[in-house]
Design a protein around this ligand. Structure first.
Ligand code: NDP
Ligand code: FE
Length: 435
């Protein structure tokens, strides 16, 4: 406490001496607050609540133990009780933890907050207000005290309304990676589609057709054919919503109308889609390295190069590898700049350059990689066996649409009005006239 203990520093009480309590009290002390911790066990810590003059009392215990505090009712009356508990399961019936607490202590004022933070964040989280504490409660002045304390501890503090909002706050931390759900599902669906498609074309059909047994393709070769297709389609899904938004703005002639919800959500999922695309591309690289070691196919191509006329083969396979490696490298940079700490170090211009400019570069490189790979096959009738076009062709459809769309939007007839719209011009509004 030493240096920080000054008259006038706020006094905060914490009931319960577990993980959350320890982390919270350490942060409070770092920020110049005086802290009193009360415990059930008088041996462990003296119950100093009676002499503590502060009005803020954090309840750092599980809600099923709240009734054990009923004996403290006279001491707690008139104070602000901060409920930091989380829901134990989603879609619970009846009152939230905070609402039940408010019923138990009618003479105290209950404020919900801090429950989205982990004990670890409290201990080590940055003091830069980028992490938000959501607070709700029925008494405005109590809420203000808690909001002020959250800001003092270096968090952004947001008032989300009355105590009726507490259920949502209690349930929110239970959701597992909510922003990743859609992108993960998309990845899995795409992967299943491509995997089954390749299995049908290269394993099942040859077996039915000429009893050829290709089952050994399934664990590695088929996976490594599906992965790049997924990576490529996912990457084009990153840039698709931006194009659609531009087209919509052009069509409406204004940027001041909200996008439809699905487009909004899609835009918000771009970072996750991009990172998952990066993951698939990286896995594809690792798989390919393993496969080529196994096959030693490199030697075969090198041997072929000895014969002069086959040099064109080397050219193509080297361009294929090179564009793939470069595309993956650019994706690496993109993934890195999506880390908050790296992204914050860039200014607005640099960030758009990296995310848009480099993003399209990696899309072009990946498309080139696939084209160099498939160029030979594309014109063989054998590639279209069983009326199933090769996977790389399927995986090119969306990326090519995106690249063509992007190119069209760069033409002056689109880019000039689009830039005007981005600067606030509106189609149906004439300039203000002077009277
Ligand atoms: N840990 C975390 O990261 C987070 C925790 N929370 C919330 O904080 C609250 C406490 O969590 P946490 O600190 O992790 O849990 P702990 O189990 O570490 O601590 C709970 C404390 O409750 C007290 N307690 C235990 N049993 C009883 C009982 N039968 N009667 C009365 N008091 C009891 C004990 O304190 P004592 O012995 O001193 O009385 C114990 O230290 C929970 O509601 C949790 O949801 C919220 C966000 C994050
Ligand atoms: Fe590849």
């Amino acid at each position: 406490w030493g240096l920080h203990k000054r008259v006038g520093d706020p006094m905060v009480c914490i009931l319960g001496s577990g993980d959350f309590s320890r982390s919270l009290s350490s942060r409070l002390r770092c920020c110049g607050c005086r802290v009193v911790v009360g415990s059930r066990d008088p041996q462990r810590l003296p119950p100093a609540l009676a002499e503590a003059e502060g009005s803020l009392v954090f309840l750092a215990l599980y809600p099923e133990h709240y009734p054990s505090l009923l004996t403290l009712r006279p001491l707690l009356s008139g104070r602000i009780l901060v409920d930091v508990s989380n829901a134990s399961s989603l879609k619970q019936e009846g009152l939230s933890n905070a609402q039940r607490l408010a019923q138990m202590f009618p003479c105290s004022s209950v404020v919900k907050g801090f429950n989205g933070l982990s004990a670890w964040t409290l201990l080590t989280g940055a003091y830069d207000h980028s992490r938000q504490v959501l607070v709700c409660g029925d008494c405005p002045s109590s809420k203000l005290s808690v909001l002020a304390l959250a800001q003092r501890l270096g968090f952004g503090a947001v008032d989300v309304g009355g105590l009726s909002a507490s259920r949502a706050l209690e349930e929110a931390p239970l959701l597992l990676f909510p922003s990743w759900r859609g992108p993960l599902l998309t990845t899995m669906l795409l992967f299943s589609f491509f995997y089954l498609y390749i299995a049908l074309k290269n394993v099942l059909m040859p077996f039915l057709d000429r009893a050829e047994n290709n089952l050994h393709h399934l664990p590695l070769i088929t996976v490594n054919q599906a992965l790049p297709a997924v990576a490529l389609v996912m990457l084009s899904l990153v840039y698709m919503p931006g194009l659609l938004a531009s087209v919509l703005q052009l069509y409406r002639g204004t940027k001041y109308k909200r996008f439809p919800d699905w487009l909004d959500q899609w835009m918000c999922a771009r970072k996750q889609l991009g990172l998952l695309s990066f993951l698939c591309a990286a896995l594809h690289a690792v798989y390919s390295v393993c496969l080529s070691i196994r096959r030693a196919s490199g030697y075969m191509i090198l041997n072929a190069a000895v014969e002069d006329k086959k040099k064109v083969l080397v050219w193509r396979s080297d361009l294929y590898l090179s564009s793939g490696i470069l595309g993956l490298g650019v994706l690496c940079v993109l993934a890195l700049t999506s880390l908050p700490s790296v992204g914050q170090a860039l200014n607005w211009r640099e960030f758009t350059f990296v995310q848009s400019g480099l993003g399209y570069t990696s899309l072009v490189l990946s498309v080139a990689h696939v084209l160099f790979f498939g160029w030979d096959f594309a014109f063989l009738p054998r590639a279209y066996q069983y009326y199933l076009p090769p996977v790389f062709l399927l995986s090119l459809v969306l990326p090519c649409c995106v690249l063509i769309g992007r190119f069209l939007l760069l033409l002056p007839c689109c880019s000039v009005p689009l830039n005007r719209i981005r600067r606030g011009w509106e189609k149906n509004k004439t300039a203000p006239t002077q009277h």
